[in-house]
Design a protein around this ligand. Structure first.
Ligand SMILES: NC(=O)c1ccc[n+]([C@@H]2O[C@H](COP(=O)([O-])OP(=O)(O)OC[C@H]3O[C@@H](n4cnc5c(N)ncnc54)[C@H](OP(=O)(O)O)[C@@H]3O)[C@@H](O)[C@H]2O)c1
Length: 208
């Protein structure tokens, strides 16, 4: 697939670039610092720009099969919703946070909302915009992202307020799930929560 990766210089974005190239995709890296992703071999292209600006995105989305956002937010969602239909590109994988829709464990979710209210409110706005967009959106809500070696498995919840799995997820495993979702022809207009593999509570689902 031809995939435009937004947030390509970020910690998750770098994993998406590496894994996407390894899977044989034609990956275009989009980053505010155009020099940041240059260490990744095998990229189709690197585009420098601000993903919150439609004019920066317009040329980059042309001739892509999908856009994968390794960074969330309503300003980016708004710009993509403007330029993707113009370019005839429909598939959009968007990063979000599990806390946006989670209701349990009540205390942990409440404390997280107290601390990150503005971030979660903006991600909720982004989700609502995508759901009303008519695009082939896929929302992937992550628990707390950490660095470290990939587990090679994740826990996936389909119910929006479910809170299964470990509350920590490596960025490498999250990147793998984002790519799985981008590739999945059956995942049109879907949302899922992703956590680390549950510890001692039965088998976790492999990301792929
Ligand atoms: N951290 C968590 O525990 C957690 C949990 C759930 C979900 N998330 C979501 O997961 C995302 C990825 O996490 P991460 O830790 O990998 O993030 P990260 O390392 O901070 O990377 C985010 C990247 O996005 C880029 N970016 C931000 N706004 C942009 C814009 N307007 N145009 C182009 N690029 C832009 C940043 O670019 P610059 O380098 O130019 O700033 C940065 O390279 C987060 O953005 C958050 O929405 C995080």
């Amino acid at each position: 697939m031809r995939i435009l990766v937004i947030g390509a210089a970020g910690r998750t974005g770098r994993h998406v670039l590496d894994q996407g190239v390894a899977r044989g995709h034609a990956i275009t890296a989009f980053a505010r610092d155009g020099a940041a992703p240059t260490g990744v071999a095998g990229l189709r292209a690197v585009v420098k720009g601000d993903a919150a600006r439609a004019e920066d995105l317009r040329a980059a989305v042309r001739e892509q099969d999908a856009v994968l956002c390794a960074v969330g937010g309503s300003a980016i969602a708004r710009a993509l919703i403007e330029v993707m239909p113009e370019a005839g590109v429909r598939r959009l994988v968007m990063t979000s946070s599990r806390s946006v829709t989670a209701t349990r464990p009540r205390l942990a979710v409440g404390l997280a909302w107290l601390r990150f209210r503005a971030v979660y409110a903006d991600l909720a706005r982004a989700e609502g915009m995508l759901q009303a967009s008519g695009l082939d959106w896929r929302i992937v809500r992550a628990v707390m992202l950490v660095d470290g070696p990939a587990a090679g498995a994740v826990h996936i919840d389909r119910a929006a307020d479910a809170t299964g799995g470990d509350w920590r997820l490596t960025r490498a495993d999250y990147a793998r799930t984002l790519l799985d979702v981008a590739e999945d022809d059956t995942a049109r207009q879907s949302e899922l929560g992703v956590g680390g593999p549950a510890r001692g509570r039965g088998p976790a689902r492999r990301a792929r």
